[in-house]
Design a protein around this ligand. Sequence first.
Ligand SMILES: [Zn+2]
Ligand SMILES: [Zn+2]
Length: 218
Amino acid sequence: MTKETPLRIGIVPVTVYQQNCSLIWCTKTMKGALVDPGGDLDRLKQAIAQTGITVEKLLITHGHMDHCGLAGVLARDLGVPIEGPHEGDKFWIDGHARGMIEGVPTEVFTPDRWLKDGDTVTVGDLTLDVIHCPGHTPGHVVFVHCEARVAMVGDVLFAGSIGRTDFPRGDHATLIASITQKLWPLGDDITFIPGHGPNSTFGHERRTNPFVSDGKFG
Ligand SMILES: [Zn+2]
Ligand SMILES: [Zn+2]
């Protein structure tokens, strides 16, 4: 999936929602990051141990509990910072004070760095681009490694579907614009890892996805 770059990715489904947490790392430095470590922290720690990498940060796409419910706990355990999401999702993360949301344990945290469109994040020698893609939530970000042609898109886009927009501050037209105006220009050959379900490519979704195919939005 990742061509000949130092980027490697392993997927660990977490929480009752089987959220795709990505363990990404740089083979040159053996430093890595977890993208959306929402829960099941023992399983995530096991995966880290199996790869032999040193996790240096946690990256968060958006404030929903299955993506970051226990990110604050893991950051404390590992002694690493949290980067992301965009500050627009602060109200979602503050809601973690309830301690449990829809069957997922949660704890409030404050990211060490809020992200915005055009930012970059580093993992070892790797640099990923940050793209602000609101609609599912107002502060949702997507992480892209252009050289490897791979993106971690959270709940913006799925194989054959798109993210829900019926949550507070969700907006369908904004989500469609995020996908067609910010993701599609990256290239049809980008493989994406969604927050739930199987991988796909932007090109395949442009041809077949009933919500955002070119036939629908030219
Ligand atoms: Zn979500
Ligand atoms: Zn989700």
